[in-house]
Each structure stands twice: as C-alpha cells, then as structure tokens.
Design a protein around this ligand. Structure first.
Ligand code: RTP
Ligand code: MG
Length: 148
C-alpha cells in the first residue's frame, strides 16, 4: 500500500488545526501509521527542503518551519500521495479551492498550514528523514474491508 509524509506546519499547530487535519484524512479512508509532535532541527529542515535551496524564500522557509512544533505524520492508502495533495489544495491558499485544507484555513503562501510529499520519490525520501522504520506501525483495520 502507498505511503506518504504529511506534516501540520507550525502555523497549523498554533491554530489548533491538528485534530481537524487528522480527522479529514481519517474520514477519507486513509490510515495513520506514524505521528509525532516535534521541533525540527535546522539541518533537518534544510535537508527536507533541499530542492528549494536556491530559491529566494529558502531562508524564510527554514526559519518558519523550525519556528515551533510541527505534527509529522505517515499515512497509508491507495493513491494517498496524489489524493492528499488534492485534499491540501494549491500551494498558495489564495488559489486553493474551498473544501481543501489550504482553501479553508490558509491565507498566505508562507503560512499554508500543511506539507505533503509530491511524488513517490519524495514520499520515500521524506518518510526516511522524519521516521525510523520502527516508528511506523503495520497494522490491519477492519474498516479497510469497507473501503477497499
Ligand atoms: P510543501 O512542499 O510545503 O508541501 O508545499 P508545496 O509542495 O505545495 O510547494 P513547494 O513548491 O514545495 O514550496 C514549499 C513551500 O515554500 C513556501 N513558498 N513560499 N514566498 C513564496 O513565493 C513561496 N513559494 C513557496 C510555501 O510555504 C510552500 O509550501
Ligand atoms: Mg513541496
């Protein structure tokens, strides 16, 4: 089953949106297989956002993502990577459709509530940055028989 890395960013944690966000993915039918509240060390943030190293906003991005606790999550399900991105909405909340997380709760691109892996390669890379193998739980859920 496909896995992805999702993270409630510091603004989402401060705004008490952890429960709302977890609830959306649970209700959709995805399965939470790992989670932790943590303050990201700067060198981990730089590694996570390495693809944006040359962008003018890189410094701000790292400062923001390390500015307070994030809620890091591993989720599992069929096509969970692409579907989670749809549920998050466009990067800039001003373009994000109502009904998406960024469309419903965000206002500006710098504080857009949630991160989600954008491809199978980044999902594997980011899960590896944030979770040890033993922190991810393989377990069966009866409800999955009504989803698949
Ligand atoms: P994320 O990686 O956080 O899930 O967001 P994303 O894939 O939708 O967007 P990405 O292009 O990877 O950008 C990463 C984060 O950088 C911030 N950003 N700021 N100031 C700007 O113009 C700007 N552009 C992007 C956003 O917070 C975005 O989520
Ligand atoms: Mg991205």
């Amino acid at each position: 089953m496909e896995k992805t890395f999702l993270m409630v960013k510091p603004d989402g944690v401060q705004r008490n949106l952890i429960g709302e966000i977890v609830s959306r993915f649970e209700k959709k039918g995805f399965q939470l297989i790992g989670a932790k509240l943590m303050i990201i060390p700067a060198e981990v943030a730089e590694k996570h956002y390495a693809e944006h190293k040359e962008r003018p906003f890189f410094g701000e991005l790292v400062d923001f993502i390390t500015s307070g606790p994030v809620f890091a999550m591993a989720w599992q399900g069929e096509s969970v990577i692409a579907t989670a991105r749809q549920m998050m909405g466009s990067t800039n909340p001003k373009d994000a459709a109502p009904g998406t997380i960024r469309g419903d709760f965000g206002v500006t691109v710098g504080k857009n509530i949630i991160h989600g892996s954008d491809s199978p390669e980044s999902a594997e890379r980011e899960l590896g940055i944030f979770f040890k193998e033993e922190e991810l739980s393989e377990y069966s859920k009866l409800v999955n028989e009504w989803i698949y």
